[in-house]
Structure formats: structure tokens, C-alpha cells
Design a protein around this ligand. Structure first.
Ligand code: 13P
Length: 248
């Protein structure tokens, strides 16, 4: 399976920086991108990013709201993301779940709405440090997967799962390749139970959490790790391109 590398800029970025980032990505040329690449800038930079993105780089929204339009102050719909040039969205990122209080039910409404509108989605799951220390990792992640995927009816081409253990995000404490590989294999098994073997075997599962140029190659060399979702190291084109380069 071709790997997929996402760059989640979170609440960072400027117009000038976006232009420079995309120009730098363009120097790789389409053949130089050894993976599918999706960049998730903040909403305000999506039009600029999609205008300047070189061939082979797609743009996504970090979030969306499930209603198509109306009196929802501060929210952005799937149709608005498409209009702005995005083709992807994130649902259930840990910062949405744990800083903004999104529940599995909320994440599911977002997944349904984004996929129904024709966007492709990255569905993020992962356990908190306390849950890991209490030995609850499998129970927590399995619950998130069931909440997101039961009865979803999506094509595996349009969906990616990102396993991002929350204790690894922004901390420098990456999961070891063996730990990531083990969780990805478990996740694929749970997905198979929900959506069937054909779906599970063609679904890509990314790892996220302190991915850097120095650990990306080893993580993505695990057969069950189909790419990476990168935060901090995606803000600078050199480190992001190095991670993309280690995917193939
Ligand atoms: P870091 O790569 O900064 O740990 O962030 C990971 C992440 O949350 C990507 O969505």
C-alpha cells in the first residue's frame, strides 16, 4: 500500500510561510514525493495553501462542523472546506477530544458529514497517558474505533485511521516501532470485526506522535504502519520533506 503522510500545522502558520512551504515542497517534484501527502493548515490558510500546493500535495481542514450551513457561529462546514480547496479533513484529533471536549458521538457526526460531502477523512484515535498507565489502552482505542466506524459505510479509499497516542504528541516520547506496530495490528483486527476483511486490509493506518526525520523511517518500515501524521515536524518544509522521503 502506498503510504500517506499528513502534516497537521495545528494553530500555526502565516500566508507568507505557507507560500514558502509550498514552493519548497514543489522542489521535490511529483516523483520525489514517495507517499501521498496531505497538509492541514488552519482554516484561514486553506485557500492560499491549495492555490500554491504543488502536484502531489493535497490540502485538508483540521476540523469541520456537521451541519451544511446556518447559525453556527465560528464553525466551518464540509462544503466550505471543499470550496476553499480542501479535499481532506481530520476528525477526532486528540486536541479536539481533550482540549475542546469532543465526544465519540461528536467525532462520528463529523466523520459522517465530511465523507457524505465527498471529502476524504483521517479519523484520529489514541489513549491518554493515564489510560496507558492504567492498562486501558486497548479498551479506549477499541471504543473510539467502534464509535467511529460501526455502520459507517465508507470506502477504505476515502478513510485513513491515525493512531496517535496522546502521551506521544508534542512530547518527544514516540512510541517504539514495535509498540506502534502492535497497536496498528490490533486496530486492523478491530476494523475487520466491524467492517470486514476486505475493508480492513485496504485501510491505511498512520502513526502520529513526535514523528521526526530521525524516527520516521523506522516507524514506517513496520508493515502495519501505512504512514505518519506529523505535527511539529511538519511546520518546516525541510523536516517534513525528509519524513515524506523516508516513506518509500
Ligand atoms: P507532534 O508530531 O507535534 O507530536 O503532533 C502529532 C499530532 O498531533 C499530529 O496530528
Amino acid at each position: 500500500m502506498r503510504k500517506i503522510v499528513g502534516g497537521n500545522w495545528k494553530m500555526n502558520g502565516t500566508p507568507r510561510g505557507t507560500e514558502a512551504f509550498m514552493a519548497a515542497m514543489g522542489t521535490a517534484g511529483p516523483a520525489g514525493l514517495r507517499a501521498d501527502v496531505v497538509v492541514f493548515p488552519p482554516f484561514t490558510l486553506i485557500p492560499m495553501a491549495s492555490l500554491k500546493a504543488p502536484a502531489g500535495v493535497e490540502i485538508g481542514g483540521q476540523d469541520l462542523f456537521w451541519e451544511p450551513k446556518g447559525a453556527f457561529t465560528g464553525e466551518i462546514s464540509a462544503a466550505m472546506l471543499l470550496d476553499a480547496g480542501a479535499t481532506w479533513f481530520l476528525a477526532g484529533h486528540s486536541e479536539r477530544r481533550h482540549v475542546l471536549g469532543e465526544t465519540d458521538a461528536v467525532v462520528r457526526r463529523k466523520l459522517d458529514a465530511g465523507l457524505a460531502a465527498g471529502l476524504k477523512g483521517i479519523f484520529c484515535v489514541g489513549e491518554l497517558l493515564g489510560e496507558r498507565e492504567a492498562g486501558r489502552t486497548e479498551e479506549v482505542v477499541r471504543g473510539q474505533i467502534e464509535g467511529g466506524l460501526s455502520g459507517l459505510g465508507a470506502s477504505p479509499r476515502d478513510l485513513v485511521i491515525a493512531y496517535e497516542p496522546v502521551w506521544a504528541i508534542g512530547t518527544g516520547m514516540t512510541a517504539t516501532p514495535a509498540e506502534a506496530g502492535r497497536m496498528h495490528t490490533l486496530i486492523r483486527g478491530w476494523v475487520e470485526g466491524i467492517a470486514g476483511g476486505a475493508f480492513a486490509s485496504s485501510l491505511r493506518i498512520q502513526y502520529g506522535g513526535s514523528v521526526s526525520p530521525s524516527n520516521a523511517g523506522e516507524l514506517m518500515s513496520m508493515p502495519s504502519v501505512d504512514g505518519a501524521l506529523v505535527g511539529g515536524a511538519s511546520l518546516e518544509p525541510g523536516s517534513f520533506m525528509a519524513i515524506v522521503g523516508s516513506a518509500g
